[in-house]
Design a protein around this ligand. Sequence first.
Ligand SMILES: [Mn+2]
Length: 394
Amino acid sequence: MRFLHLGDSHIGNVYKDYQRNEDIKDAFKQVIDAAINENVDFIVHSGDLFNEGNPALSDLLFVTDQLNRLRSTGIKIFIVPGSHDIGIGEEESIIELFDRNGLLVNLNAKRYVSFSGGEIALKGEVYRGAFICGVKGKRSRVEDEVFKKLKIEQSNENCLIKIFIFHHTISTLGEKFKDLDTESLPRGFDYYAAGHWHGHRDNIKYDRGIIQYPGSTEYCDEKEIVDNPNRGFYLVDFDESGIRNLEYRIIKTRGKELIELDSNGKTAVQIRDQIFSKLKHSDGNLLVIKLLGQMQGKKSELELLKIKNTAKDLGYSYVSINLSKLADKDDQSVEINSKDIADVEKEYLLKKGYDEMGLKMAEYLVSNFDSGKNPIDVKAGLNEIFRTYDNKKN
Ligand SMILES: [Mn+2]
């Protein structure tokens, strides 16, 4: 028997860039191609099939088409909703729609989960020699509670291996990132199909099994482009003796180039010229430009659009220019008279020319920094502020 494990495919508007979102779809299609070509018995997806809980029609149609390809070749796909598949304030997720249409199996559909006496009883499926069950991702941090109450009704009938799907960042990956203690995971499984962490991590030993993070199927932001060497999924063979073979298969993604430029003491024109001198003709590569140091003049003089357009004309498919480590003359000292930290922040921002809405947003972001809130919720809060001030204007 053979199954394919992928996660975090994020179909949707990950980027503002149309081509990048198409790249994300292409990566997903490559995985479906592989599943069909490798004749797998089934697929396990560890959540974040979509990038948002209310995807655009074109994304819904794309996924429907790909899942129909699987259905027509008899390959079942088992999934739990990821944190991104669930809309803000929604009980159900977009995954449920596909389950009800018979295009996939949502292992957290109501028929698998029941609550009684402070316990959460979780059922799974036995399919082609594997028992498969899982727990969906959450939009807030720390969900150990669910795992503490979990009572899995495991079936041993015709079962060669046991697979547990989850969508959390476990403490083994680093305390800083964790939203679940590794030890909270249920015991007794052979393969823990993990999602949520976009980098890939193999062979984390746990109880009698292994925890596997395939990572996202495409780079979902500039940091992932820079940090991650490649994207991929797992092909797993098993028989009576358990897991027999495990392969990490790489997805074909675009080539990438990183230009880091020390901009200390340089003018916008000098910086731009230096960037231009480093660019060459490209066959659709991703380009990340990082500017460091204290430049002369203002960042706005860099004319980022001009740099981006020049790079695109040379054939780069995506250009990101990172100015977070670049200072300009406006970043030089501002005199502050306030004493209280909140007042210092406010005075600083006012002197920087922020308006009332900008101040509210900054205040909100600072108070939510490292709060453990999910970025989606923080974004919703920001939108709320935006709407409040936008309504005032109209
Ligand atoms: Mn994700």
